[in-house]
Design a protein around this ligand. Structure first.
Ligand code: INI
Length: 161
């Protein structure tokens, strides 16, 4: 049996990071977590490009245009949807998740889902660098691993073995 897995070496890989301005107190911390993690895995800062979207709702359309450039090995989407008084947040989170999943499949590029969906600000703070870790860092690791796994799969295709 052969086993394939993506390694965690980032040198030479290019990443697009999409951050949302909405809840920037949180998304700034997610971006910091993601970029620090990529750097610690050998990704050069010149191989990380940051794109600011207004909110999580706009992330899919931005991700689609980024995917169409064909310049990146993975796209890391970072945002924070926090429950409000109405159901607005549910539409925002649901459509962002659906849209981003679709773009990854359609354009054959890993799209990491680092959009927090939280009941309140306290939960979001916990997940963006305090007690519950940093989901931006986790999304970056998932993007790195998947990008490398896809490279492995493509080399199988190229070698026809
Ligand atoms: N955008 C977010 O990123 N997080 C939220 O919690 C949020 N809520 O709850 O409203 C949010 N709304 C804005 C949305 O993403 C769009 O930018 C807006 O609807 C304009 O299209």
């Amino acid at each position: 049996m052969r086993t394939f897995q993506g390694d965690m070496i980032g040198s030479g890989l290019r990443f697009a990071i999409i951050g949302s301005r909405f809840n920037e107190l949180i998304t700034g911390k997610l971006i910091q977590g993601a970029t620090d993690t990529l750097a610690r895995h050998g990704v050069s800062f010149t191989d990380m490009d940051l794109f600011w979207a207004p909110g999580a709702w706009e992330q899919p359309v931005v991700a689609k245009e980024i995917a169409l450039t064909g310049k990146y090995d993975a796209i890391i989407c970072l945002g924070a949807v926090i429950r409000g008084e109405t159901t607005h947040h549910e539409y925002v989170a649901g459509e962002a998740a659906k849209g981003l999943a679709h773009i990854g499949l359609e354009h054959r590029v890993p799209v990491a889902f680092g959009i927090l969906t939280c009941d309140n600000l306290e939960q979001a703070l916990m997940r963006s660098g305090s007690k519950a870790g940093n989901k931006g860092a986790e999304a970056a690791l998932a993007a790195l691993e998947t990008a490398n796994l896809i490279k492995e799969i493509h080399s199988l295709e190229a070698n026809k073995d």
